[in-house]
Design a protein around this ligand. Structure first.
Ligand SMILES: [Zn+2]
Length: 66
């Protein structure tokens, strides 16, 4: 049953798969319980620890990348 999820990731590149901006891991939106809102965008994290880092210093991870 796991193989279906792998296909799903590859099919929808960038749609359901998010990067944990704290540690750089791939995070699947639907599966992640750790998420934060910042400047109107939702960010997903692999663990509660990563989410806490982000909540403390969101500007460090988001920044202005034009
Ligand atoms: Zn993480």
């Amino acid at each position: 049953m796991e193989f279906l999820e792998t296909d799903h990731q590859l099919d929808h590149n960038g749609k359901h798969l998010n990067i944990d901006v704290v540690c750089g891991m791939d995070v699947i939106e639907e599966k992640s319980k750790h998420q934060s809102m910042y400047l109107g965008a939702t960010y997903y994290f692999c663990t509660n620890a990563c989410q806490k880092h982000f909540d403390n210093f969101p500007e460090r991870y988001v920044g202005d990348k034009a």
